[in-house]
Design a protein around this ligand. Structure first.
Ligand code: HXC
Length: 268
């Protein structure tokens, strides 16, 4: 693996640290610091490749995406886009491939440090859990460039924070703080920015320790809620729940509880 615009690292639990999680965490750091990690096409190609490689890697149970320097990502690359014409962006279906990130079966945690603007905020929202560093700032400033968000900023944002706040953010382009992002439900929690990555990895180890089939089913069921009516979603959830009774991890998890011991999940 050699990437130009991202850094990739695998971290495994350290048993001396009383951490015996079964799986590792794959960390992807967006790394174009001179452009505040602006998401040029080449960076996104790297990102999709790395995410898919971790998704296929049996030693990895959870993925973390973070940014280097003072940004998570300051948006799509404006210098790359600025002179493009309608016919080009339409024929290429520009940014459609970003959604590949959402097709992974393993959970992705966005550990958002610094600026998460435009496409940066949209990328964070494509992840499954968003935790904010205390220095994070979120915004959809596309309106200031004469465009609108193009990768979920009008769709995932409203589902996360409701209409009025989403409208305020996309119409004014104003940024919100980490604290506000947590209060409105965009971020699940705020962590001191110096400790952000370690906390995200710790959360990742916690998830990697669970049964991998149930983890995937959780992710699929929660994501289904965004696409389905309540009755369809409840049916989907219940059928997935039933299906997990075909796994060894269900037998092991429930036996372990009754025997008052830690389960030995095998992802089967
Ligand atoms: C290209 C960018 C960039 C971007 C920053 N840079 N954001 N380059 N695309 N999105 C570059 C700057 O040009 C500058 O390069 C360097 O990064 C440092 O940025 P500064 O502006 O000097 O830093 P600062 O004064 O600290 O301001 C930080 C900032 C500002 C507030 C984040 O950079 C900013 O407003 N950036 C643009 C944010 C934005 O509009 N994002 C939405 C993009 S559109 P030089 O070479 O001058 O040092 C979008 C559409 C998504 O995302 C659609 C679907 C995917």
């Amino acid at each position: 693996e050699s990437y130009n615009h991202i850094l990739v690292e695998r971290r495994f639990p350290d048993e001396s640290n009383n951490n015996s999680a079964r799986g590792g965490v794959g960390i992807i750091t967006l790394h174009r610091p001179k452009a505040l990690n602006a998401l040029c096409d080449a960076l996104f190609d790297d990102l999709i490749h790395a995410v898919q490689a971790f998704d296929e890697d049996d030693s990895i149970g959870c993925i973390v995406i973070t940014g280097s320097g003072k940004a998570f990502a300051a948006g799509a690359d404006i210098s790359e886009m600025s002179t493009r014409e309608f016919a080009h962006v339409y024929k290429k279906n520009m940014f459609a491939q970003w959604a590949d990130i959402t097709q992974t079966s393993k959970p992705i945690i966005a550990a958002v440090n610094g600026f998460a603007l435009g496409g940066g905020c949209e990328l964070a929202m494509m992840c499954d859990i968003l935790i904010a560093g205390s220095n994070a700032q979120f915004g959809q400033p596309e309106i200031n460039l004469g465009v609108i968000p193009g990768a979920g900023g009008t769709q995932r944002l409203i589902r996360a924070v409701g209409k009025s706040k989403a409208m305020e953010m996309v119409l004014t382009g104003n940024r919100i703080t980490a604290q506000e992002a947590m209060e409105i439900g965009l971020a699940s929690k705020v962590i001191n920015s110096d400790l952000l990555l370690d906390e995200a990895v710790k959360m990742g180890f916690g998830i990697a320790d669970k049964g991998g089939v149930a983890v995937r089913a959780c992710k699929e069921a929660v994501n289904a809620a965004e696409e389905m009516t309540l009755s369809q979603g409840l049916m989907f959830e219940r059928r997935m729940f039933h299906a997990l009774f075909a796994t060894k991890d269900q037998k092991e998890g429930m036996s372990a509880f009754l025997e008052k011991r830690k389960p030995n999940f095998t992802d089967e």
